[in-house]
Design a protein around this ligand. Sequence first.
Ligand code: MLT
Length: 258
Amino acid sequence: MRVRLNGIEIAYTDEGQGPALLLVHGFPLSRGAWSRQVEVFKKNYRVIAPDLRGLGESEATVGAVAMSRFAEDLHALIQRLDAGPVILAGHSMGGYVALAFAKAYPQMLQKLVLVGTRAGADTPETAAARRATAEKVRVEGASVVVEAMAPKMLAASNKDENMAAAVRNLMSPSKPEGVIGALLGMAERPDAQAWLGEIRVPTLVITGADDTLIPPSESEVLAKGIPGAQLKLIPKAGHLVAFEQAEVFNDFLLAFLA
Ligand code: MLT
């Protein structure tokens, strides 16, 4: 489905009925990254999964897209769909966005699920590398990022070629301007660590044990910082844990939501 809001067209999935479960994908992915959750949770939840501005099938804008901007888009979407307060799950960059949402719209949040993500800002070196990558995308296109990221999404021990191809497909619709906008936005994102203690909703932190892009130690920091947060580590899973080990992931999420 598609809707126009905040000056752009956003593509999204909206399936099922019940409490609203808003699923926010990572970089440079798209809402299909949550397909294995949509099919299960739509039986008891209203599952809403947008493509973030500039990624997947959503329209891109020129320039950096701050995490708070993505959060504004989410807020506008749930207002438009008359959904919420939401259970918000964010993966990786989607987790940065989820934290920005939690800060800006605490009244719209029922529960929080942070997947393979972190609270800290970029180091100056990481931020500089992101800006350099953005420049490369400008010249060579989004495939630069897709080629670099695709092999890092799954556990190194995972030799499932069909799954690897599916992961690549989740990234292929990304537009160069969208990829650049997200890279520049991530490079300038604020450090969330100082205010994690203000999060007042039940929170689940989940990570793949074999995530090399955002190591499990980052999830430990999140779980320690957020009052009462639960932490789950999923074996044989890399960065894209909800896709790679969907059954185990879904069991943890179902138990948390019950
Ligand atoms: C993601 O998967 O969203 C990215 O790896 C996040 C990042 O680059 O920090």
